[in-house]
Design a protein around this ligand. Sequence first.
Ligand SMILES: *Cc1c(COP(=O)(O)O)cnc(C)c1O
Length: 402
Amino acid sequence: MAVQHACMDTTAAGTPRSLATEAVHAGREDLAELGLHAPPLDLSTTYPSYDSRAEAARLDAFATTGAALDGPPVYARLGNPTVERFETALARLEGTESAVAFASGMAALTACLQVRIAMGLRHVVAVRPLYGCSDHLLTAGLLGNEVTWVDPAGVADAIRPDTGLVMVETPANPTLAELDLRAVAHSCGEVPLLADNTFATPVLQRPAERGARIVLHSATKYLGGHGDVLGGVVACDEEFARRLRQVRFTTGGVLHPLAGYLLLRGLATLPVRVRAASATAAELAARLAADPRVARVHYPSIGGAMVAFEVHGDPHAVIAGVRLITPAVSLGSVDTLIQHPASISHRIVDEGDRRSAGVVDRLLRMSVGLEDVEDLWRDLDQALGTGRADDERPAAERAHTG
Ligand SMILES: *Cc1c(COP(=O)(O)O)cnc(C)c1O
């Protein structure tokens, strides 16, 4: 699990830097030169300029190319220096040319769809499960899109001349189902593959190395890591990034500079947090798998800090019973959270679609934090109770049919 990735970027000497090093240095290389140690937080909405001819030329250049502005910022919806530091750092960690940040994960996904729809490519091919709201956005066709849901093996056959994106999550929210990104990317041909990497983070998996052209994050989760910042980010090639910046400027889904500051700070500890929480999650997954009150445990082959499990008893009783663990939606924070996907995160998905994607009613999704493993296990153990709310057979008998 504690894989050390060498990043694409190299130092002046040409030696690749490890992910852990990039996490604390990327996006901050100019600070010493500026006489600073902590990154500056720029809250300006506008910036003075006495040369409006030059500004006109710079705005024309942005309108035609979408390239990040050279020189001083103009207006906060066009770009912000603190947010750009976070974008630089995340691109480095994901091994992509660029990254573009948004107000939330959903704003980031919306912008990706808008880029393609504006090119007349209204059709999306997607694999379930996805995060509930991503599923809903595609299914509702709110942005004027159409969607075809397929298994990974059906991607190639579902592609049409107007297909603008193929979208997948791996490990997926909430079942932690995994798919072979390289194989799916191959099936996509010329169509960009968008991989939501929120659950794995670049610490465990870098989808761009496996052929995904677009890597999406709900930065609200592991990148921020402390449950106090909402954000989204797309890591991609500079060509797609330019279109995303133009959409962001026009539609206004910008990340607040304070959020950019907190996300940059979050990245510094991302590798340490993910590795520590993953070790605890792996141990809890093993204990749950051996527990007669638990019917099934889902834990990704690549590791990670998310554990999903199906209980024999009443899942609502487990949610009501936790004391140390917080019963709340969201994930990726320093503290452990648990929620019932069929009631909360995936409520918005049609019941039939939800169940066929494996989001069964007895499934619970737990985001493991940085607490001590024994304290977490004690809490889970007491919350699982007798595990027999609607199954009164003795545990030994049940184990045979589980
Ligand atoms: C939370 C989440 C999103 C949506 O992100 P927001 O920041 O809440 O808008 C998208 N994808 C996945 C996998 C998520 O967990």
